[in-house]
Design a protein around this ligand. Structure first.
Ligand SMILES: Nc1ncnc2c1ncn2[C@@H]1O[C@H](COP(=O)(O)OP(=O)(O)OP(=O)(O)O)[C@@H](O)[C@H]1O
Length: 275
């Protein structure tokens, strides 16, 4: 596999840097070492996906970058600053519907800007631009209850992008969507990202999705997890819909399946299919 390297890129000042981080949870039910020793970096303008067996620590890794969890070992830094809590230049999108049901789409997308104290006219201008970017301009006065699951996720993405984050963290953002909607919103995310090019850390169980979207896919081992391999996705950009049919796409997908299968079998036993 010529495009694969075994470790993430060497850290630069403007990267998101993982310096030997680990996370051990202590709870009433015992001690769980979720993440062991992860080092590496998300370089500027790069889209990195993380895959690995269920329960290996993918969300834990993302929460440490988002400042929701403090590593019990090592540090995460963004642009040279250690992450000690949620940051204004970092936005998160989760699998669950996080829209505010009593607010219109416009008010949802403008919410973070309102909290930041941006004047009304300015925040609505920016929110409308983001709503257009995700193709919901006909729905800005609708409430989330009037939207489909895919549309609600597009609202969540627009809200995150409105903050102009330097780092976008996405934890299975399309996990609750049907396959067709998932592919549609994925393509849309890629179109938007081509314009913004912020650093993205994207957690997914879907290997095809990871290959299609990413510059690098990090494969995590079974718990306590380390980055087992970094696979560079050397497919040209932009990536039109037919990208999935390219022989190189299939090759990368097969390679990732093999890597994940070995780790899933350690967790679930032989024959495991879960990513
Ligand atoms: N707050 C917590 N307290 C104790 N253990 C936790 C806590 N959060 C996560 N864990 C444990 O840490 C491990 C990693 O969990 P995490 O949610 O990061 O995995 P994941 O790879 O994202 O899982 P999945 O793919 O199933 O969503 C699991 O064994 C989980 O039970």
């Amino acid at each position: 596999m010529s495009a694969a390297s075994t470790q993430p890129a060497t850290a630069q000042e403007h990267d998101v840097v993982f310096d030997n981080i680990g996370m051990t949870f202590q709870s009433a039910t015992g001690v769980t070492q979720a993440v062991a020793n992860v080092s590496g970096a998300i370089p500027e303008h790069k889209f990195v996906s993380v895959i690995g067996p269920s329960g290996c620590g993918k969300s834990t890794l993302l929460d440490m970058v988002g400042g929701l969890l403090r590593p019990t070992q090592g540090t995460v830094s963004i642009d040279g600053e250690t992450v000690t809590g949620p940051r204004r230049d970092t936005a998160m999108v989760f699998q669950e519907d996080s829209t505010l049901h009593w607010r219109s789409v416009l008010d949802n997308v403008a919410f973070g800007l309102e909290v930041k104290g941006m004047p009304k006219a300015e925040r609505f201008d920016r929110a409308r631009a983001m709503i257009e970017l995700v193709g919901l301009q006909q729905f800005e006065n609708h409430r989330p209850g009037q939207l489909s699951g895919g549309m609600k996720q597009r609202v969540a993405i627009a809200r995150a992008l409105a903050m102009e984050p330097r780092v976008l963290l996405m934890d299975e953002p399309f996990g609750a969507l049907d396959q067709q909607t998932r592919q549609f919103v994925g393509r849309e995310l890629l179109n938007i990202w081509e314009k913004t090019r912020n650093r993205v850390l994207f957690i997914t169980h879907d290997i095809q999705e990871a290959v299609y979207l990413s510059d690098e896919v990090w494969v995590m081992s079974a718990r306590p997890s380390v980055v087992k391999e970094v696979v560079k996705i050397d497919l040209p950009r932009p990536r039109p819909a037919g990208t999935h049919a390219m022989p190189r796409f299939r090759e990368l997908e097969d390679h990732l399946w093999e890597l994940v299968k070995v780790e899933a079998e350690k967790t679930l036993g032989p024959g495991a299919q879960s990513a």
